[in-house]
Design a protein around this ligand. Structure first.
Ligand code: NDP
Ligand code: MG
Length: 374
């Protein structure tokens, strides 16, 4: 029996993880959970599960909940996230959105807990710090992101020195068939309408801007310890091949399956074993698989991610923070879709890189580049 705590239990990944746990009560048990402000969803969770500790974002919610559920322990705020990962669970699923996941993830690693990692922003902001701490503590970081789960599965039993290339597939997001000039007047509603996956709002926008693939290239660099230039991307609109690894003998391994995040979540929980799932892929219903080379001029945010890694130091954290800020403003209806890209570019252009940043420096710039700065 593995006890799993979840940061971000009310989100898209969080609720699918709870579903995996509910379907496999003999193997998995819930530990503690954190949520943000979706108290209605939290109350649904409490009907089904008995978490040891529940952290909510606002202390006012904590006070009301503590009255209503006297048998459950509640906490709140940034300290609450740390408390959730300090329980006696075996694994922490990081399904919270954004670089706010960085400190609790580091804390979980410090406690020796294995990490099922969905929160990619953490590795983008501080990949070197997170991976070296995990290594020092002997903690496994198991990817939940579908592309990285695919690569992780393709690499099982392989020698990393024999890897030529990691090929991340990209669905292309909501506007994959539009030209750059057609992007200027797209709506928020259209941007939130992803063709293949139902996900949280921020990652859905990141998919439409292609920043999601940029974040994933950086995530792959840290997870698999390869050179950034060994990671390539390809447009594959069906999201059937979740990603591929090309070896030095030109053999390519691909992981294929129904686009269902529960497969990757369950594999992260059950690793190194596999467990049955109820989402088989019907090959006979697949008429074709399409591939198109990635166009870095059309999808400039992906080019920015490579540039951020080339610049190194604090630049990936700055890129990520600027993107979180810009996507937030787009979701609030304050800027246009192409405004996201403009903000990220101008904030990166204006940043003087600090080499080999420590955690404090990264947190400083993360906070700074998420503010208005106008
Ligand atoms: P959602 O927006 O659906 O969920 C985010 C979760 O984080 C919610 O539980 C939310 O709480 C909580 N949260 C957000 N902000 C705060 C905060 N300031 N304090 C405390 N809790 C907070 O996101 P997703 O599930 O889509 O994504 C989560 C992570 O997983 C992201 O890093 C994303 O990139 C990654 N990911 C997601 C995939 C997907 O299919 N969705 C695929 C691959 C990776 P509440 O709703 O209660 O406010
Ligand atoms: Mg992904």
């Amino acid at each position: 029996m593995k006890t799993i705590s979840i940061l971000g239990a009310t989100g898209s990944i969080g609720t699918q993880a709870l579903d995996v746990i509910a379907q496999n009560r003999e193997q998995f048990k819930i530990g503690s959970i954190s949520v943000g402000s979706n108290i209605k969803k939290l109350e649904e969770i409490l009907e089904q599960f008995e978490p040891k500790l529940v952290s909510v974002k606002d202390d006012s919610d904590r006070l009301v909940l503590a009255q209503k559920y006297p048998h459950i322990e509640f906490t709140s705020g940034a300290r609450g996230l740390i408390e959730v990962v300090s329980d006696d669970s075996d694994m922490v699923l990081t399904a919270i959105m954004g670089s706010i996941g960085l400190e609790p993830t580091l804390h979980a690693i410090e406690q020796g807990k294995d990490i099922a990692l969905a929160n990619k922003e953490t590795l983008v902001a501080a990949g070197e710090i997170v991976m070296s701490k995990a290594k020092a503590k002997g903690v496994a970081i198991i990817p939940v992101d579908s592309e990285h789960s695919a690569v992780f599965q393709c690499l099982r039993g392989e020698n990393l020195r024999e890897v030529k290339k990691i090929i991340l597939t990209a669905s292309g997001g909501s506007f994959r068939d539009l030209s750059r000039s057609e992007l200027s007047d797209v709506s928020l509603e259209d941007a939130l309408n992803h063709p293949n996956w139902s996900m949280g709002q921020k990652i859905t926008i990141d998919s439409a801007t292609m920043m999601n693939k940029g974040l994933e290239v950086i995530e792959a660099k840290w997870l698999f310890d390869v050179d950034i230039n060994q990671i390539s991307t390809i447009l594959h609109k069906e999201s059937t091949i979740h990603s591929m690894v090309e070896f030095i003998d030109n053999s390519i391994m691909a992981q294929i399956g129904t686009p269902d995040m529960r497969t990757a979540i369950q594999f992260a929980f059950s690793h190194p074993r596999r467990m049955p799932m109820n989402n088989p892929m019907d090959f006979s219903a697949l008429s074709q698989l399409n591939f198109k080379p990635m166009d870095l001029d059309r999808f400039r945010m992906l080019a920015y991610a490579y540039e951020a890694m080339e610049a190194g130091g604090t630049m990936p954290a700055v890129m990520n923070a600027a993107n979180e800020y810009a996507v937030g403003r787009f979701l609030d209806g304050e800027i246009s879709f192409t405004g996201i890209e403009e903000i990220v570019k101008s904030r990166m252009d204006g940043h003087a890189v600090v080499e080999n940043p420590d955690l404090e420096t990264i947190l400083y710039y993360d906070k700074l580049y998420k503010t208005d700065m106008r």
